[in-house]
Design a protein around this ligand. Structure first.
Ligand code: FE2
Length: 148
């Protein structure tokens, strides 16, 4: 893998995480993002909106880096290895120590796809257990990766 790309995506992946809900909503409505996004929340928005800011404020244009940042919140049925690295790295950071996070951390040592699937399973289970909406692309990601 390209360590510089992974490092840059890792550094910037939460770039827009702290902006207000009102600002997210305003940006989604005025900047041509899918209005369906308004049915979800910061957890989904911050990757897509982060890329909007990263392109304009930092001038980062590498499509693979930007894609990995978008996909770290939504997943994607066509997730690349770089996408999965950022997705999993976010989930297994040292401060996290729940059972799913520990299992994903161990899997990440030898099997990136397995680590990604552990994270997806955990996230979807959490959302369903707590009666929260599931972003369709995240479910489609699970369906695609479980067949790989
Ligand atoms: Fe994030």
């Amino acid at each position: 893998m390209d360590i510089d790309r992974a490092g840059l995506a890792g550094l910037l992946h939460d770039y827009a995480k702290q902006i207000s809900v009102k600002d997210y909503q305003n940006l989604i409505q005025t900047q041509g993002l899918d209005p369906e996004l308004l049915n979800y929340g910061r957890g989904i928005w911050h990757g897509l909106v982060g890329v909007w800011f990263i392109q304009r404020e930092l001038g980062v244009s590498d499509p693979e880096v930007l894609q990995a940042i978008v996909r770290h919140t939504t997943g994607d049925p066509a997730m690349t290895a770089l996408d999965q690295i950022i997705f999993v790295a976010d989930f297994i950071e040292p401060a996290r120590d729940l059972p799913g996070e520990i299992a994903a951390r161990e899997a990440a040592e030898h099997d990136l796809l397995e680590a990604t699937l552990i994270e997806l399973t955990n996230t979807l289970t959490y959302l369903i257990d707590n009666r929260k909406v599931v972003y369709p692309k995240t479910l489609a990601t699970y369906n695609a990766l479980i067949k790989r």
